[in-house]
Unconditional design. Sequence first.
Length: 270
Amino acid sequence: MPIKVYVAEAEGIPEYGTTTTLGKRLVAVKFLLPEASEKEKLDFQRDVRILAALEDRNIARVLGACYREEPYCVVMEYLEHGDLCQFLKTHITAEDAHSMPIGVKTLRNCLVGKAYHIKISDFGTDNELYACDYYKVDGTMPLPVRWMAWESIFLGKYTTKSDVWSFAVTLWEILNLGRRVPYEHLSDEEVVQSLRQLHHAADCNNVNSEDNCKEDSRNVFDYLPRPTASSKDIYDLMLECWRREENERPTFREISLFLQRKNLGYAPTS
């Protein structure tokens, strides 16, 4: 989608959850460029309506939008430290990794604001820095295959449990401080082939038992290695999130409670 993002100054924007305005503030203005196709225009309108309807302190706020006439644009809150992937590379040292707050789903779609408050946004998908993260599978639209569960790629199935899989890949990236790419030793095609093994494991007609089938699938799928900064229990959580069977993966509530316990007592240093 052809997008251009500008930073501008605006006045009269209320603080989250109140009607109190804070004077002049910086905002991010995202424009859909004139060369956008009709489908891209419809997608932009849909995305803006969805984002505008979401109210959560952990989601970048939509402050205003124009999507009924051109030029289409959306005004969003500005988060000063930029996207989380670049932030990790430039601000966090290996010694800080154990004390980092963890609670995001997609590294490139998260922005970092004051006091290191991380908010989910959709700006990452428009950043040219990450164009190479997408790969076309069998002629489909480009997909971020390195972050996707096998059932989403091969069955077109998107659920909270496939999101759990993606979250664990993001967690792996965070603990590697954004300095390593998932499956960095594999090409995009090889990543798809590795995930295809889990898809093929669904057909166990030639296997004596379901348990054997699951064991075989673990042997052929190339799991991400344990990050140096990761404790064993966090890596075990990741492996649970990457289980082949969706119903064997933890829920986001279970993950959240686990990470809250791990982060107990954490406070940003600045």
